[in-house]
Write a protein that binds this ligand. Structure first.
Ligand code: NI
Length: 165
């Protein structure tokens, strides 16, 4: 396994739209293991998306189990291949960071509850209902697959963007 280099803002590749995964095989699983190791090496990271390491395929990993802000009903480690958010409910403002925007956090509006459908790394269909911080993390990571950063969702950079100390 390996920690992969992360693309950081304003790298234009972060705006690229990723392609669906067509084949789930050992090569892909090895990549997912590297992607997960890269996430776990990041400071307090709760998610990562494949395009952040320059692989433009629709793969994200989310794991909020180490976060104090996580609801107790979170799902732990989720590998989401070709994820589709199929339901949204409620809105909530919360603080987000990103491995690709290391020096800032921002206040972003997200749905409070979502349903997400995806394949896992063995090609099995999964459906998760996520709330709170986990729902936020999934929405943030799925945005990466469409070339969207949390910076793009700030209402006001002046009011909603914060430099990390
Ligand atoms: Ni991010």
């Amino acid at each position: 396994m390996a920690v992969l280099p992360i693309l950081t803002y304003p790298d234009p590749r972060l705006k690229q739209v990723s392609e669906p995964v067509e084949r789930i095989d050992d090569e892909l699983r090895a990549f997912i293991a590297d992607l997960e190791e890269t996430m776990r090496a990041g400071p307090a990271a709760v998610g990562i998306a494949a395009p952040q390491v320059g692989r433009f395929q629709r793969i994200v990993i989310v794991d909020v189990s180490g976060a104090r802000r996580a609801n107790p009903d979170h799902h732990g480690r989720m590998v989401l291949i070709n994820p589709e958010i199929t339901e949204w409910e409620g809105l909530e403002v919360g603080r987000e960071g990103c491995l690709s925007v290391p020096d800032y956090t921002g206040k972003v509006v997200r749905a409070r509850r979502i349903t997400v459908r995806a394949l896992d790394e063995h090609g099995r269909a999964r459906e998760y209902r996520c709330t709170g911080y986990e729902a936020r993390a999934v929405q943030h990571e799925v945005d990466h697959l469409d070339g969207i950063l949390f910076l793009d969702r700030l209402v006001s950079r002046r009011a909603d963007l914060f430099r990390r100390r």
